[in-house]
Unconditional design. Structure first.
Ligand SMILES: CCCCCCCCCCC/C=C/C(=O)SCCNC(=O)CCNC(=O)[C@H](O)C(C)(C)COP(=O)(O)OP(=O)(O)OC[C@H]1O[C@@H](n2cnc3c(N)ncnc32)[C@H](O)[C@@H]1OP(=O)(O)O
Length: 285
């Protein structure tokens, strides 16, 4: 595992502290970083895979581990954000799907399912401080949280149809959990990317913030709104509301991996992914 965990002493007993500390790798290797505020108990989970936080197998596994750690240590809130100044996450790393190793491809999709199940179903209150562009898988992560604060002048959305890809059912359920059904249907079928202002207007994000610091504070304010609620009652309510979406994936988890593998291996999909990668690289030149 390549994540680093920094824990405030006041919240965690020495036993917990021992549980939390995982071997730290060299700073340049860290893919996620968790910092817990010792006064509030809020954890900041930062994705750190330059240049664009492309969700590859390693980052996904790291994210999963970090979410589980935050959960186990009974933090009072989880804020997902990015170390980049302009990108929250570019979504799935297309390199994982282009000319893939078949075994790794399965592991990759399973890892994405696991991150979604952990984040969408988290007992800990969750929020995303979206400090950059957030297409596709990036949007999925943000939308899986309970609250979103976004910085201005970026874009967010599930753009799969624009790439000739069909978003799986659980991507769509996540959107439907946040957006009115008709808006979700239009956005998903069009593969629309929304500007920050548009995202606020349709309710894809809850607030805008001028800076990352302000976004983090607004996420913390959201968590503070639960101060007078019972954490168990809060979680059971969330759990029931999200139960069907989660059950649907759990019931079809293996089949979903098979569908993904079949889909990605279609020659037409491989051709499309290759062309898309090329266009991204040309753009970078
Ligand atoms: C019947 C049902 C069956 C179901 C079967 C399942 C079907 C599969 C479902 C799959 C769902 C897919 C989800 C996804 O997340 S796909 C990924 C979608 N992401 C995107 O489209 C974003 C692409 N990137 C961008 O738009 C821009 O890069 C971005 C706005 C994020 C940043 O722009 P910026 O100008 O800052 O940076 P560059 O474009 O120059 O990029 C820098 C380098 O990063 C590379 N890059 C960018 N994005 C990706 C990516 N997603 N994967 C891999 N690599 C990426 C880019 O090429 C540059 O690389 P180089 O430096 O080498 O040139």
């Amino acid at each position: 595992m390549q994540s680093a965990l920094i824990v405030g002493k006041k919240i965690c007993s020495s036993l917990l502290l021992r549980n939390w500390v995982r071997p730290l790798s060299a700073a340049s290797d860290k893919l996620t970083n968790v910092e817990v505020n010792d006064k509030t108990g809020f954890a900041k989970l930062t994705m750190n895979r330059p240049p664009v936080n492309g969700l590859n197998l390693d980052l996904l596994r790291d994210l999963h581990q970090s979410i589980q750690d935050i959960e186990k240590n009974k933090c009072r809130g989880l804020i997902l954000t990015s170390a980049s100044n302009t990108i929250f996450s570019a979504g799935l790393d297309i390199m994982e799907m282009y000319k893939p190793d078949q075994e790794r491809l399965k592991q990759f999709w399973t890892a994405l399912q696991d991150v979604w199940l952990a984040l969408y179903g988290s007992a800990v209150p969750t929020a995303a401080a979206i400090n950059g562009h957030s297409p596709a898988g990036g949007c999925l992560l943000a939308a899986s949280c309970e609250y979103r604060v976004m910085l201005p002048k970026y874009t967010i959305g599930l753009n799969e149809t624009q790439l000739g890809i069909v978003a799986p059912k659980w991507f769509m359920s996540t959107f439907r959990n946040v957006l009115p059904r008709r808006i979700a249907e239009q956005a998903l079928t069009q593969g629309k990317m929304f500007t920050s202002d548009e995202a606020l207007k349709i309710g894809l994000v809850d607030e805008l913030a001028a800076t990352k610091e302000e976004a983090l504070l607004k996420c913390e304010k959201f968590f503070a709104s639960f101060a007078k609620t019972d954490p168990i009652a809060r979680y059971l309510t969330k759990k029931q509301l999200r139960h069907n979406d989660i059950k649907e994936l759990l019931d079809e988890k293996v089949q979903d991996v098979e569908n993904f593998v079949l889909f990605v291996n279609q020659p037409s999909v491989q051709k499309g992914l290759g062309l898309y990668l090329e266009s991204l690289k040309k753009k970078a030149k």
